[in-house]
Design a binder for this molecule. Structure first.
Ligand SMILES: Nc1nc2c(c(=O)[nH]1)N[C@H]1C(S)=C(S)[C@@H](COP(=O)(O)OP(=O)(O)OC[C@H]3O[C@@H](n4cnc5c(=O)[nH]c(N)nc54)[C@H](O)[C@@H]3O)O[C@H]1N2
Ligand SMILES: Nc1nc2c(c(=O)[nH]1)N[C@H]1C(S)=C(S)[C@@H](COP(=O)(O)OP(=O)(O)OC[C@H]3O[C@@H](n4cnc5c(=O)[nH]c(N)nc54)[C@H](O)[C@@H]3O)O[C@H]1N2
Ligand code: SF4
Ligand SMILES: [Mo]
Length: 696
């Protein structure tokens, strides 16, 4: 007889709630949590392939200590006591001699981030960073500059929208289950989908309107849309009068950016731009100009993301049904907040600045609670602002997720200690001194999740089965390290129940409340602010500030003139990257089921360019950027990409031999991408590098 366990998928960080059927301590079935709107039993291919990760023999099975040179692949098995003692014995003198700031801790934001942040604060270390800047840091800054909220405090009401415009937001491949299901529901009720991408992705094939825009020119398109909306008075006048400041400045700024001008820059016919502006306005405020999930494409990213948020503001769609919704947390329901160890205690005062310039010199406006990981190599190699001696990578892969991976590898060589907490033999685990294997998500329980939104909810990841190997959850690993580093008092728990009870104490929710559905609703009805006089923006003026006090105070213009994007010189292409439905970033390429679906990446190249270069469909080519050449990758010759661009999936080109299924398959984008950032918004420009292609 099987039993059902409520959990949360972690094959990617979308974290869909799941129901896991367990028999004889093994997983026999996983499905999406049927009680959650938008999920309703659904799971993606990656979610289903969680079972393959559970049973994978090609993942770390016990703590390992390096015996050969870094990356050489010589290891010895260690017990947990020995491995944890080893890390603490190395780290303690480093922290004593060089200070807490000589440690850097990188992790993809996860349910236990409140614990890792507390761990670092206890060690007087300011250097906790997340993946955020690499993903959507510029979106975050753009939102703060206009509304005072971060992107994380915004949600999208897909289910009720009447028109959604997606700019390279390839929602049907780079997917999240609930948004897709909700959008499909809206589309079946007549909602329109406009998709804009230099490449015909799966989302393009499902759209009512598709524009193959010239790479990097979306901002020109948006200025022309804004121009049209203002000129033809298509905006939501009541909303704008009440909630948006500086419309005159915006009107003057977009004056020269006519649809005819944008046609030359983007390749999109002027008349069609005007049609989109009118169609969107017809259904306002139930219209969404999607502000982007991965907003890390080009160095002017902040202005593109601002232009998208401005389009929503003009449509009156911020805090509107079918538009964007300001997320509400537990406090909006009259309760206390969820307990977070990082917020609930006094820590030693930290005087050193962050290692990455986040929130001060290099990136004055970026969200310092996430940091700027793209500065890792620079900071280590130049010892600027100070020497860094140790790195803990917990669920983060600096050797594939940071542009110019070769520089990161060179920088890692300078460190005295590298610790990887991972479920895979990732590139960073293989390059580390110590691998502390985490139990995969079906084998562990984690902190309770707050899902804020119009209807805030709590979700729980309970342990479905016992660990297959000698692995542990990260919260336990950190506690053990804290004990050895004499700061255990800041992680005051022994068991997961201690963590849960601490988290729930001010919420009026008991652990048993999760038993029936795996989720606890904190509000029965949607909590929306009153659009007449109850909207709350967190800017100094309390309005959506088109002329942003945040930007202007820091010396940046709210409306710098548009800089035209030159076509690449003859024989060069703009390298675009992205994801597919079968893989998560750099994590799943070796998964036995997902590897079968997509075993390697390909280089999309336009038919005409391929003919000119004598590149044949399916043949291997070499791609070169200013950083050097990058392995070999098969060409996919197609008319479905703009001739100025080539495209490859992120996450391939692995070099760890014990990941036998994906070893040396395809090419790594991170080796080619130059490390150029949007210095205002904070994101690296992952689609800006120019490359050359030649047959092999
Ligand atoms: N299956 C799967 N789903 C995922 C993830 C995953 O790893 N796997 N990851 C999740 C995460 S963390 C993120 S950030 C999101 C990412 O979600 P998206 O941002 O939708 O994802 P990408 O796959 O990076 O797609 C980027 C698209 O932008 C296009 N593009 C490149 N340059 C330009 C340009 O100049 N203009 C326009 N308009 N388009 C351009 C590319 O051709 C590509 O199709 O996906 C999430 N969902
Ligand atoms: N070159 C390049 N860089 C990029 C991008 C790109 O397209 N190209 N995309 C950017 C984006 S949008 C994002 S969101 C980031 C994502 O960057 P990352 O967060 O680094 O990538 P992931 O593949 O999500 O996972 C990283 C690591 O987590 C490990 N892992 C998976 N599950 C677990 C677990 O349960 N526990 C532990 N301890 N480890 C686990 C994986 O094995 C992997 O080593 O990358 C960014 N960087
Ligand atoms: S989108 Fe797929 S892989 Fe990601 S959490 Fe949801 S089910 Fe899991
Ligand atoms: Mo991302």
């Amino acid at each position: 007889m099987s039993t059902a366990v409520w959990s949360i998928c972690f094959m990617c960080t979308v974290r869909c709630p799941i129901r896991v059927e367990v028999e004889n301590d093994d997983v026999v079935w996983i499905e999406g949590n049927p009680h959650v709107t938008g999920i309703e039993g659904a799971l993606c291919a990656k979610g289903s392939a969680g079972v393959a990760l559970l049973h994978d023999t090609e993942r770390p099975q016990y703590p390992m200590l390096r015996t050969g040179a870094r990356g050489e692949g010589k290891w010895r098995k260690a017990g947990w006591e020995e491995a944890l003692d080893y890390v603490a014995d190395k780290l303690k003198p480093i922290l004593q001699e060089h200070g807490g700031h000589s440690l850097v801790f990188g992790e993809r934001t996860n349910l236990n981030t409140h614990i890792s942040k507390a761990f670092l604060k206890a060690l007087s270390c300011p250097n906790h960073f997340t993946h955020d800047a690499l993903c959507k840091g510029s979106v975050n800054t753009a939102f703060r500059s206009l509304t005072g909220y971060t992107d994380g405090q915004m949600a999208i009401d897909y289910a009720n929208t009447k028109h959604i415009v997606l700019y390279g937001r390839n929602i049907f491949e780079s997917l999240e289950i609930a948004p897709i299901n909700n959008l499909l529901k809206a589309m079946s009720k007549g909602a329109k989908l406009t998709y804009i991408d230099p490449r015909v992705s799966i989302t393009a094939t499902k759209a009512h309107r598709y524009w193959m825009i010239r790479p990097g020119t979306d901002l020109a398109l948006n200025y022309a849309l804004i121009h049209t909306i203002l000129k033809e008075k298509l905006y939501d006048k009541d909303y704008v009068r009440r909630w948006v400041s500086d419309l005159n400045e915006l009107t003057a700024f977009v004056e020269p950016y006519t649809p005819a001008w944008a046609e030359k820059e983007t390749g999109i016919p002027a008349a069609e731009i005007v049609t989109l502006a009118k169609e969107a306005a017809e259904v306002k405020p139930a219209v969404i100009f999607h502000y982007g999930y991965r907003g890390a494409h080009h160095p002017n990213e902040i202005y593109l993301r601002r232009s998208l948020i401005i389009l929503n503001a003009l449509m009156g769609s911020i805090e509107a049904q079918g538009g964007l919704v300001i997320r509400k947390g537990p406090k909006a329901t009259g309760r206390g907040d969820i307990g977070r160890y990082v917020a609930a205690q006094e820590f030693p005062k930290i005087t050193a600045p962050r290692f990455d310039g986040s929130g001060h010199e290099a990136f004055p406006l970026t969200d310092a609670s996430h940091g700027n990981p793209q500065m890792l190599a620079h900071a280590i190699l130049n010892e600027a602002p100070y020497p860094i001696k140790a790195l803990i990578a917990n669920r983060f892969e600096p050797l594939q997720s940071i542009p110019d991976a070769a520089a990161v590898r060179r920088a890692l060589d300078k460190l005295d200690l590298i610790v990887a907490i991972d479920v895979n033999f990732s590139e960073i685990a293989w390059y580390a001194d110590v691998i502390l294997p985490e139990s995969m998500y079906l084998e562990r329980a984690d902190s309770i999740q707050v899902v804020s939104g119009a209807r805030p909810q709590l979700r729980i990841r309970r342990q479905a089965v016992s660990p297959r190997y000698d692995t542990r959850p990260a919260w336990e690993i950190l506690k053990e390290l804290a004990q050895r580093l004499d700061v255990a008092q800041y992680l005051p728990y022994e068991t997961i129940e201690d963590i849960w009870n601490f988290q729930l104490k001010d919420l009026g929710v008991k652990l048993e409340d999760f038993d029936a559905k795996g989720v606890v609703a904190l509000s029965d009805k949607a909590i929306m602010m009153d659009r007449q006089d109850g909207l709350k923006f967190l800017t100094p003026s309390g309005k959506i500030e088109l002329v942003s006090s945040l930007l202007e105070k820091a010396g940046f213009s709210s409306f710098p003139p548009y800089e035209p994007v030159a076509p690449p010189p003859e024989g060069q292409f703009r390298l675009m990257v992205g994801r597919c439905a079968a893989h998560t970033h750099v994590s799943t390429q070796n998964n036995v089921l997902l590897n079968e679906l997509v075993p390697e990446n390909e280089l999309w190249i336009h038919t005409k360019s391929a003919t000119r270069l004598n590149v044949k469909d399916g043949a291997y080519v070499q791609v070169g950027s200013p950083l050097g050449t990058n392995g070999k990758i098969r060409a996919k010759v197609t008319d479905f990409i703009h001739p100025e661009a080539v495209f490859m999936l992120h996450g391939f080109g692995k070099t760890v031999p014990v990941q036998t299924r994906c070893y040396q398959k395809g090419a790594s984008d991170a080796l080619l991408q130059e490390n150029i950032s949007d210095k205002i918004g904070g994101s690296p420009a992952l689609d800006d590098t120019l490359v050359q292609v030649r047959p092999m």
